[in-house]
Design a protein. Structure first.
Length: 165
């Protein structure tokens, strides 16, 4: 599996994935604005397509939450990263692909030595996602409202990543 940069050529694929019921259930209130965002490459964000043997299977976004322009995470300290991740097709769920994608994403996040932790924010109702992140070493921080979304915030500290991975 590889993570490659998403490009404007991925627009149709990402729109298709956005219409899948399992993707909507995990992220019901966000408009990713793909047309505009795929052509922007700010230095605080990576938008990535996960490919398995050349076949796109999922999406990963890594941001620096202290620097991103919408201030989604509010006031956070420097040297963090935040991840959004999903599998595109329901038939690819439950096959270990998400774990492989997340492992690759975490390797990217912790490559700069100054990064101290990674944040994620699954919906409070998404118990399957909670278990997934907890298996990877993430620890629950708080329940928090992000716009219309009731979420759980989890954090993975660098020391926990290296201890477990």
């Amino acid at each position: 599996m590889i993570l490659r940069s998403a490009t404007p050529a991925d627009l149709g694929l990402l729109r298709h994935w956005d219409r899948q019921p399992h993707v909507i259930a995990a992220d019901p209130n966000d408009d990713w604005g793909w047309e505009q965002e795929l052509s922007r490459q700010p230095d605080w964000r990576e938008q990535l397509i996960a490919e398995l043997d050349g076949r796109p299977i999922g999406f990963v976004q890594i941001i620096d939450p202290a620097r991103e322009d919408s201030h989604y995470w509010g006031s956070v300290p420097d040297n963090l990263r935040a991840i959004d991740i999903w599998i595109g097709e329901a038939g690819d769920l439950g096959r270990g692909y998400g774990t492989r994608m997340m492992t690759l994403a975490l390797q990217k996040c912790f490559a700069p030595p100054e990064v101290t932790a990674v944040l994620i924010d699954p919906l409070a109702s998404n118990v399957r996602a909670h278990r997934f992140y907890e298996r990877l070493g993430f620890r629950f921080v708080e329940r928090r409202q992000f716009g219309d979304d009731d979420c759980f915030v989890y954090r993975l500290h660098r020391s926990d990543w290296y201890r477990g991975g």
